[in-house]
Design a protein around this ligand. Structure first.
Ligand code: 4NP
Length: 154
């Protein structure tokens, strides 16, 4: 596995956080993996990350300032080795859009990372700061799980 695409609904909260945490922690762990993120919806395409996600990331030392939202494209299923969904609804929609030849690349992020339950990173968009803190805690747990998984596979 050389590249991972993190996917959520809007690409302004969860998947940009996963991308930023993964980019930094993979580099820190000496893993040369390409990471990116995208959203199933295009409502926020071109926009920066949600201000609450930016603040939450910054509080944990991650920088989301350069993030620009984009929508999942057909080429993503070709170009990435793993396409990881934040929740089951995201995974169902990815499965609907993905060509059958690439469907084995799709997975739910946290179970793929081998972490303990819960299996989903809940949508924080209509939530509060506590929901964003929960998102970053789950995302960090998942990213460290991915690092373990890559080490075990090496
Ligand atoms: P995300 O959060 O999927 O974690 O980026 C959301 C962002 C925007 C919307 C929903 C969820 N929205 O409905 O615009």
């Amino acid at each position: 596995m050389k590249s991972i695409l993190f996917v959520c609904l809007g690409n302004i909260c969860r998947s940009p956080l996963a991308e930023a945490v993964a980019r930094r922690e993979f580099a820190h762990a000496g893993l040369a993996l390409t990471v990116a993120s995208a959203g199933l919806g295009g409502w926020h395409s071109g926009a920066g990350a949600d201000a609450r996600a930016v603040a939450c990331a910054a509080a944990h030392g991650y920088d989301l300032a350069a993030h620009r939202a984009r929508q999942v494209t057909a080429m993503d299923f070709v170009g990435f080795d793993a396409v990881l969904a934040m929740d089951r609804s995201n995974l169902r929609e990815l499965a609907r859009r993905c060509p059958p030849a690439h469907s084995e690349k799709l997975a739910l992020f946290l179970p793929f990372a081998g972490t303990a339950p819960p299996e989903e990173v809940p949508d924080p968009y209509y939530g509060d700061d506590e929901d964003f803190r929960q998102v970053i805690a789950l995302v960090r747990r998942g990213v460290f799980g991915l690092i373990e998984r890559c080490r075990d596979a090496a």
